[in-house]
Design a protein around this ligand. Structure first.
Ligand SMILES: [Zn+2]
Ligand SMILES: [Zn+2]
Length: 279
């Protein structure tokens, strides 16, 4: 695949999530779990131009995905897409002018076709999104899939929709929230451990590692672990789990990056504090 899109993960984790997908003619912001000020700081660090953002997509209403949204939306003229469950899920989102979508719906923004798919989380109607660039009508490559990326986070398991959406993307983001052992022995109270590990909680390193081999194809160049817990995970554990499942080897001494023996596939982890850009 040709990299028609790239992905800036400005923040990923329980203290705030925001990502920008840059498409051929415009960008979208996915989630706004950072203050407006911090969002702009992170974008500047990442070399990401937020003035290209033509639409905002919201995965679900949890505050780590929506904290900055009301303020950002005051000066944002484009559509803000979310399901009805997300739009009505939090009182402080009442003034956000949502355009309602359902999982399975597609929207076209910035030269990208974006499809919402359902996830399994302890909220009403959560989604994530798959982004595609296809050949233009009237061109020889009309409707041919030229580039695809997707990620799934905040999901207790990967729904069939999610598996379908992640399959064969050039960039695959997969939640690797916790190491099962660290969660079990860690500081969280029992009810919270149960919530995180439940079918409507968060995906573990082990679950992500089990799923990833069937999602990666010859098109896949990057697998990025996302929404890592600071208490119950380490970047090296998430990367190691995914790398081992894919036959990739450590690319550095700290095991925060790995590469397949042929060098075509890399595995890395997104961060809560440092933006990363995937080309
Ligand atoms: Zn979250
Ligand atoms: Zn959540």
């Amino acid at each position: 695949m040709t990299p028609y899109m790239h992905l800036h993960i400005l923040a990923s984790g329980s203290k705030g999530n925001a990502a920008v997908v840059e498409g051929p003619t415009g960008s979208v912001l996915v989630d706004c779990g950072l203050s407006r000020k911090r969002l702009y700081e992170r974008a500047r660090e990442a070399g990401c131009d937020l003035s290209r953002v033509e639409a905002i997509l919201v995965t679900h209403e949890h505050s780590d995905h929506t904290t900055g949204l009301p303020v950002v939306c005051r000066r944002f003229m484009g559509p803000v897409y979310a399901t009805a469950g997300t739009a009505s899920g939090r009182r402080n989102l009442a003034d956000v002018p949502f355009t309602l979508i359902d999982s399975g719906d597609t929207v076209e923004v910035g030269g990208m076709v974006i499809r919402a798919f359902s996830t399994s989380h302890d909220v009403n109607d959560p989604t994530c999104f798959r982004f595609e660039v296809r050949g233009q009508a009237g061109e020889p490559d009309e409707d041919e899939l030229l580039d695809a990326l997707a990620w799934a986070t905040d999901t207790g398991f990967l729904t069939d929709d999610a598996l379908d959406a992640l399959y064969g993307c050039r960039i695959i983001g997969i939640e690797a929230n916790h190491d099962a052992r660290l969660l079990a022995t860690g500081p969280y109270p029992a009810y919270l451990k149960a919530r995180v590990a439940s079918e409507r909680g968060h995906l573990s390193n082990e679950q992500a590692a089990q799923a990833i081999p069937a999602l990666v194809t010859h098109n896949t160049e990057v697998v990025v672990a996302m929404h890592l817990s600071e208490e119950n995970n380490r970047p090296s554990l998430a990367v190691r789990a995914l790398a081992q499942a894919l036959g990739a080897e450590a690319a550095d001494t700290t095991f925060t990056e790995a590469r397949s023996p042929d060098g075509l596939l890399s595995v890395c982890a997104a961060s809560q504090y440092v933006p990363i850009t995937l080309w």
